[in-house]
Ligand binder design. Structure first.
Ligand SMILES: C[C@H](O)CC(=O)C(=O)O
Ligand SMILES: [Mn+2]
Length: 334
C-alpha cells in the first residue's frame, strides 16, 4: 500500500552543483532557497557536490566558499531544514562543526555501500552536535539487498535517523529498488530513503517504486539538476506522488515556477540522457564521472564512452576520479 506522506529532500544545491561545475553564487543560493522554502520543500541540501570540503583539483573547485553559501541558505530559509552532505575522508570533524555553526540542522553521511563502517565517528560527532543524521549508501546496486541491509544496520547502530539507498549510477530497474527498500525496511527500525539518477530514464518510476515498497523519504532536484542525467525532478515527483494519493506538503504550482523561472535559467545544459550518460546508466558507473570523462575525452581525443567502459571494467567507485585521466592516457597510447 502506498504511504500517505513522503518527506522530500531537495538536492538542487548539492547534487546540482556537479552539473554547473560547483559554480553556485550567493545570489543564486538565496533565490533557490527562497523559492523552495516558499513552495514548502521540507529539506534543502547544500554543499560542494562531493560533500563538505569537496572543493579541490580532483573533484572540482567551488566558485564560492561553501560555508558562505550554507550561511546564506540558513539565513534565507524560514521553514526548510538545511542539510549538508559529508563523505568521510573528504570532509572531516572540522568541516562538520563549521557547517553546524553556519546553520545546518541535518547531515547526510555518505559512504560507498560496502563501507558503512568508516562512518561511525562521523555519526557520533553529528549526534553530539545535535544534528539529525542520514546514512547515504552510495552505488547501492553493487550489493545484494541482503548485504545492503547489513550495511544499513551498521549505520543505524551508529546513530543514523534515516538510511538512504543511493542509485548513484542511475542503473537500477524498479524491481532492484523494490527488493532493496523491502530488505531495509524489514531489518531496520528507522525510516528508509531513496536517491535516484535518471541515466536510464527511470528516476521518477523508481522513486514511485521506492515509495510503494515503503520508503518514507525521497531525494529530488528541481528541474532534475544533478550529476549524470540528473536526479528525480522535484516538481514532477510532487505531481506524480499527488496522483497516487501521497502528500509531500509541497505546493505544485510554486515548485513548477521555481523550476522554470529560478533553476532552469541557471542551467548550463538541459538534463538529458545523451549517449555518455546512458553509458553510465547501462554499465552502472558513478554518475559524477560523466563531466570528468568528457573533459578527459576532449583532452586525449577519445570517445568518453571508451573511458567510461574501461572504468566500469575496473569497477571504479566514488573517490577514484583520479583514475579517469590515467585511463584516458592509457587508451590514447594504445
Ligand atoms: C558524492 C555523490 O555525488 C553523492 C551522490 O549524490 C550519489 O552518489 O549519487
Ligand atoms: Mn547523486
Amino acid at each position: 500500500m502506498t504511504p500517505t506522506k513522503v518527506r522530500v529532500m531537495d538536492t538542487t544545491l548539492r547534487d546540482g552543483s556537479h552539473a554547473i561545475r560547483h559554480r553556485f553564487t550567493k545570489e543564486q543560493v538565496h533565490n533557490i532557497v527562497k523559492a523552495l522554502d516558499e513552495a514548502g520543500v521540507p529539506v534543502i541540501e547544500i554543499s560542494h557536490g562531493d560533500g563538505l570540503a569537496g572543493s579541490s583539483m580532483q573533484y572540482g573547485m567551488s566558485l564560492v566558499d561553501e560555508f558562505e553559501l550554507i550561511e546564506e541558505a540558513a539565513k534565507t530559509s524560514k521553514n526548510a531544514k538545511i542539510a549538508s552532505l559529508l563523505l568521510p575522508g573528504i570532509g572531516t570533524r572540522k568541516e562538520l562543526k563549521q557547517a553546524k555553526d553556519c546553520g545546518i540542522s541535518m547531515v547526510r553521511i555518505a559512504t560507498q555501500c560496502s563501507e558503512a563502517d568508516i562512518s561511525e565517528q562521523h555519526f557520533g560527532l553529528a549526534k553530539e552536535l545535535g544534528l539529525e543524521t542520514v546514512g547515504f549508501l552510495m552505488m547501492a546496486h553493487m550489493l545484494s539487498p541482503e548485504d545492503l541491509a547489513k550495511q544499513a544496520k551498521l549505520m543505524e547502530s551508529y546513530g543514523a535517523d534515516i538510511v538512504y539507498i543511493v542509485d548513484s549510477a542511475g542503473t537500477m530497474m524498479p524491481q532492484d529498488v523494490t527488493a532493496r527498500v523491502k530488505a531495509l525496511t524489514g531489518e531496520l527500525k528507522v525510516p528508509i530513503g531513496y536517491h535516484a539518477h535518471n541515466n536510464i530514464g527511470l528516476a521518477i518510476g523508481n522513486s514511485l517504486a521506492a515509495v510503494e515498497a515503503g520508503a518514507a523519504c525521497i531525494d529530488a532536484s528541481t528541474s532534475g539538476l544533478g550529476a549524470g542525467s540528473g536526479n528525480t525532478q522535484t516538481e514532477v515527483l510532487v505531481a506524480a506522488l499527488s496522483k497516487v494519493g501521497c502528500e509531500t506538503g509541497i505546493d505544485l504550482f510554486k515548485i513548477m515556477d521555481a523550476a522554470e523561472y529560478i533553476v532552469q535559467p541557471m542551467m548550463e545544459y538541459p538534463m538529458t540522457i545523451n549517449r555518455d550518460a546512458l553509458t553510465i546508466g547501462y554499465t552502472g558507473l558513478y554518475s559524477t564521472f560523466l563531466m570528468h570523462a568528457k573533459k578527459a575525452g576532449e583532452k586525449f581525443n577519445i570517445d568518453p564512452r571508451e573511458i567510461l567502459l574501461e572504468l566500469s571494467r575496473r569497477k571504479a567507485v566514488a573517490g577514484q576520479e583520479d583514475w579517469i585521466l590515467d585511463v584516458a592516457a592509457e587508451l590514447a597510447n594504445r
